[in-house]
Design a binder for this molecule. Structure first.
Ligand code: ADP
Length: 692
């Protein structure tokens, strides 16, 4: 042994053999693996310590030799060998740089077949008596490696989660902004449409306009749902608790859905427990929202039978009423396997059947969240093809324990219609109001809606302009929009209070708000508005507001209906008797559509001129099965017949159009024949009349 590392005094007394044995003993004691192999092509192992054997899962050197063939190559996982050999070769080539240990990481395969990771600090060197060798310190790093990987994965997951949360927040904010942005133009569309409905007499245009109204209203409803949903997602949905009358909740709900149920031929039943206390404390708007969601769903998903609401007083305890609300229907029901998706936002069940039914799949998700704010839970029982039963229990503080008594719903709708018809139009001559809104179309719509009141309407398109107008003008009332750039409604109101306190005291300032949320409205009142009105403006509500806040002496009503019928009588006299003799025509209606008798006669002439062609086109479209042309021409016949008061032809054409659109072709031929026969008969009657 040349280089003695032991204490000289000691080593001098020992033989080389003794020293070697000592070193080997030491190597055996090392907790880490250590081995030496020859640095030639065969890479024969010259020495391995016990720790190395353990790393390879071997008990004896024989087992190790069998496992590895006693070569370094045999120790390394076959897939990793080439890579680490390259690194070893580099080390051998660069003999000068043998100061540092060469570091490699690779896999091994233990005796029990398990794969493990090891790290390997090795060095190429010349060992006296053995020649060129490689000696290596090896340790099993699998566990730390797994822990590290796990940590890294966790980090990545955290990162992904953060990103997902951010994306979700962005999505919710986007939904909310979009909904706000979409509300404004839809409001304008619906308003304009309302003007069309008021001012137009053409049956087919009125029909289109009605479709605009239906589609627009349902779009608005979806947008309100999305807004609510985003409020829930961002935790901004709060209850606004106040006193309310139980009776009015159910009357409002009945009013809201009755028409819809009736038009589907469903019977609507409300059973209200007469023991329920008459006045309670809670969020009336949200309770109504949940029940109306359930009722609308019940009506939407029921084709025949009934929809029933039951309100039942379960108990009164500690000054609180526990009321169970149940909405039952005899509709399509819900499949068992789809039940768990019922409350998923944007999810709709039984896609094949519900595809054509309006809805965004948000109603139930929102209802459930609202109820959870009230510590309540929505329960569902349903049987497919039989019907559904949605119910929940709410606990409300009692304000007035007098029983609500019998609530009679039967007269409601007809009463309302009658009152409206009796009153005629609101007229407010001499009144001057200021209308503030940054969207010109909104100004135009409201001006149009109020035209018949004959009031004077001044407009401003910003908060600043509003202040200027107030400074110089005299007004009886102000409608002030909430969402405006620069200065919003509340800021404008603040300025009015500061700069024109006397005006503020005397003139009612009413907020126009597109926001459908009750809490926001309370805030408007708290901010100092006398009242608020939701957009899109409903003319009845707006007129009610005017009646409420304008001086009584400026309010009157006019019944235009009478004048119209008087006018019609005299116009009827103007009609040639040959035409009056055609009994299948509804002359009054024709005159009303066309304006006067002269225009009516002209319309009849035009109708007659096109009759031959039209009949031929309808006939040939039917026989060549060209449904597109068929529908188009039957539709046009329907409109023109309606305009001249040919009611029977109108009805028949309408039915045919529907049948063709729905693909109900069975009786189409027979009915087309009957229609054409009647059409041709009318043509002959008109021809005779005009001849004379
Ligand atoms: P939607 O706007 O689609 O009606 P909802 O969240 O209110 O959204 O309801 C989710 C789905 O649950 C509906 O699309 C429908 O498939 C089903 N559903 C809700 N109420 C009923 C019911 N009364 N009868 C049958 N299916 C219903």
């Amino acid at each position: 042994m040349g280089n003695k590392i032991f204490d000289k005094n000691l080593s001098d007394k020992m033989s080389d053999e003794q020293i070697l044995t000592g070193i080997e003993w030491l190597a055996e004691q090392m907790p880490g693996g250590f081995f030496i192999y020859r640095a030639d092509d065969k890479q024969e192992i010259l020495y391995v310590n016990r720790a190395t054997l353990m790393i390879f899962g071997c008990e004896t050197i024989e087992e190790f030799k069998e496992l590895t063939g006693n070569t370094f190559r045999g120790m390394v996982h076959p897939e990793d060998f080439d890579l680490i050999q390259a690194s070893i070769d580099e080390q051998i080539a660069d003999v000068s740089n043998n100061e540092n240990l060469d570091y490699v990481v690779y896999r091994i395969i233990r005796k029990d077949g398990v794969e493990r990771w090891v790290d390997d600090y090795g060095r190429f060197t010349h060992m006296p008596g053995f020649g060129d060798v490689y000696y290596v310190f090896i340790s099993d790093i699998t566990d730390t490696r797994i822990a590290q990987e796990q940590q890294e994965r966790n980090k990545q997951l955290e990162h992904l989660l953060e990103e997902a949360e951010l994306a979700n927040k962005a999505k919710t904010a986007f939904l909310s902004n979009m909904s706000h942005e979409i509300r404004t133009p839809i409001t304008a569309i619906l308003g304009m449409n309302e003007l069309i409905q008021r001012e137009c007499n053409d049956e087919s245009i009125l029909e289109y306009s009605h479709s605009i109204k239906t589609a627009g209203t349902s779009l608005l409803r979806i947008i309100s749902d999305i807004l609510d949903f985003s409020r829930i997602e961002t935790g901004r949905m709060e209850l606004v608790v106040d006193e309310y009358l139980v009776r009015s909740i159910f009357l409002d709900l009945y009013n809201l859905v009755q028409f819809r149920a009736e038009s589907k031929g469903l019977s609507l039943k409300f059973e209200i427990d007469n023991r329920i206390p008459s006045k309670l404390l809670g969020d009336e708007i949200r309770i109504k929202q949940v029940i109306s969601n359930l009722l609308t769903n019940a009506i939407k998903y029921t084709e025949r039978g009934y929809v029933k609401l039951i309100a039942y007083l379960k108990e009164i305890r500690d000054g609180e009423a526990y009321i169970e609300i149940t909405v039952l229907d005899t509709g399509i029901g819900i499949k068992k396997e789809e039940m768990n998706r019922l409350f998923e936002a944007f999810d709709r069940l039984d896609a094949k059947r519900t595809r054509t039914i309006e809805g965004a799949g948000l109603g139930l998700a929102i209802s459930r969240q609202i109820l959870s704010l009230m510590d309540s839970e929505l329960l569902v029982e349903s049987e497919y093809e039989i019907g559904s039963n949605f119910s929940f229990v709410i606990k409300q503080k009692i304000v007035d324990e007098t029983e609500v008594g019998d609530v009679d719903f039967s007269l409601l709708a007809s009463q309302k219609r009658e009152v409206h018809e009796k009153q005629g139009y609101l007229v407010t001559k001499g009144v001057r109001i200021l209308l503030v809104d940054d969207t010109p179309m909104n100004l135009q719509v409201i001006k149009g809606l109020l035209k018949r009141t004959e009031m004077e309407i001044d407009t401003a398109s910003s908060g600043e302009e509003c202040l200027l107008k107030i400074q110089t003008g005299k007004y009886d009332l102000v409608f002030l929009d909430y969402r405006m750039p620069h200065m919003n409604g509340v800021e404008t109101l603040d300025e009015i209070m500061k700069r024109f306190p006397e005006f503020y005291e005397n003139v009612p300032i009413i907020s126009l708000t597109a926001s459908a949320i009750s809490g926001d409205k309370e805030k408007l009142i708290a901010a100092g508005f006398r009242d608020y009105l939701s957009k899109p403006v409903n003319i009845e509500e707006m007129e009610n507001m005017l009646v409420k806040y304008l001086p009584a002496e400026s309010i009157s009503y006019t019944g235009e209906n009478k004048n119209i019928s008087e006018e019609e009588d005299s116009e009827l006299d103007e009609l040639p008797k040959e035409i009056r003799n055609i009994k299948v025509l509804n002359h009054e209606k024709g005159i009303e559509y066309c304006g006067d008798a002269e225009d009516y006669v002209f319309a009849l002439e035009t109708y007659l001129k096109s009759a031959d062609d039209k009949a031929a086109i309808i006939e040939s479209a039917f026989s060549s099965n060209n449904m597109e042309d068929f529908i188009l021409n039957v539709h046009s016949l329907k409109s023109t017949s309606s305009a001249i008061g040919a009611d029977s032809i109108f009805e028949k054409a309408k039915e045919l159009e529907m049948m063709a659109k729905n693909g109900e072709l069975e009786e189409l031929g027979e009915k087309t024949e009957i229609l054409l026969k009647e059409y041709k008969e009318l043509k002959v009657m008109l021809e005779n009349a005009f001849k004379e």
